[in-house]
Design a protein around this ligand. Structure first.
Ligand code: DC
Length: 196
């Protein structure tokens, strides 16, 4: 079968990771959460450019990559064009994996895989995303909302590969949707274009 790529972009806690996982399982595609690459670079410390160029499987399996702090650190190293450049080839190779691939991130449909067969932009209001994240991490919901807004501003405002929907992306706003409904919507978009 020819390669088939699903690109999923969107801001933090919009549901793209869950959608990516379920879609991959349902269609038998490989799945890459590209945020993990940036989280691993941020968590490794030292010079971010050298870290990005020498990332190992071990760096990607650290248990502390899912924290809010790791997300903020990732968003900061993601501003550096040389860090982004060091991670492009790995992502593009993954995208052409035999049997199909789904990648989720911020710039997959716009920069990494502009030729992806399916592009989804998964979003939700900052308040809804902060509430979901707060249910997972606890603490002060106002603080979580402030962090969500800070990360959005950095990811959307950066000069290199800012977060935005590709012109040909299907937008799924999950603000008033259950995760199951969002997954079903994504699967129906993909099923319409994926014929074995
Ligand atoms: O999806 P995530 O929350 O794990 O991503 C963490 C940070 O990594 C995000 O705030 C910005 C950066 N990132 C990026 O710049 N490009 C991607 N394709 C994925 C993540």
């Amino acid at each position: 079968m020819a390669a088939f790529t699903v690109a999923i972009d969107g801001p933090a806690a919009a549901g793209k990771g869950t959608i990516g996982r379920v879609v991959a399982a349902r269609f038998g595609f490989q799945h890459l959460d590209t945020g993990l690459l940036y989280r691993a670079v941020g968590a490794k410390g030292g010079d971010p450019v050298s870290s990005a160029r020498s990332l190992t499987a071990e760096d990607l399996s650290r248990s502390d990559l899912r924290s809010m702090e790791a997300g903020q650190a990732a968003s900061r190293v993601a501003l550096i064009p040389e860090v982004r450049a060091a991670l492009v080839e790995f992502q593009r190779r993954f995208a052409r994996a035999e049997g199909g691939a789904v990648l989720d991130g911020r710039d997959i449909g716009t920069v990494i895989c502009p030729e992806a067969e399916v592009k989804l932009y998964v979003t939700a209001s900052p308040e809804v995303r902060a509430h979901r994240r707060w249910l997972e991490v606890g603490g002060s919901e106002a603080q979580v909302l402030a962090e969500v807004r800070e990360r959005d501003a950095r990811d959307m405002g950066r000069a290199d590969a800012p977060l935005r929907a590709a012109a040909d992306a299907v937008v799924i706003d999950t603000s008033a949707m259950t995760i199951d409904a969002a997954v079903e919507r994504a699967c129906s978009v993909i099923a319409a274009r994926f014929r074995i």
